[in-house]
Unconditional design. Structure first.
Length: 145
């Protein structure tokens, strides 16, 4: 029974995220799905903006889902040390997540982490993409003020 690791910001939880986690659940079958939720500091660093919801709010949302067996906050410094502790059989990347499968495979090999990397299928990316939803929300907030 494989343990599947997913990770993301999960800031504005939408149908694309549900689709991503359902794919993880399907792959895991009776194994576990573990989600790493990005820390606020890392979201700011990699996306150049603060998330709309703080890390604890986002963690709570993911932990309430029946699609995930365990959701935990990432580490601010080195996510790979956490990946090594979890020791997943499979890492499911979102269809648009960075890094590439090749970059991730190389890093995992360096750290002697044996996990298969699978890229998730997109779910209506023209509608269910966090960056597009963020823009609409931020535009609505600006219009109100």
């Amino acid at each position: 029974m494989p343990n599947v690791l997913v990770f993301g910001t999960f800031d504005i939880f939408h149908l694309g995220h549900v689709h991503y986690l359902k794919q993880a659940r399907e792959i895991a079958k009776k194994g576990k799905v573990i989600a790493i939720v990005a820390r606020d500091k890392n979201v700011q660093k990699f996306k150049g903006k603060k998330p709309l919801h703080n890390e604890n709010e986002r963690l709570e949302i993911i932990n309430q889902l029946k699609l995930v067996d365990n959701a935990i906050l990432g580490r601010e410094d080195n996510i790979f040390s956490l990946v090594k502790e979890i020791n997943p059989n499979i890492i499911l990347l979102g269809y648009d997540q960075k890094p590439s499968e090749e970059e991730l495979a190389k890093k995992l090999a360096e750290l002697k982490i044996e996990a298969k990397i699978v890229r998730a299928k997109a779910y209506k990316p023209h509608k269910s993409k966090s960056s597009k939803i963020h823009k609409k929300i931020r535009a609505a907030i600006l219009i109100e003020h």
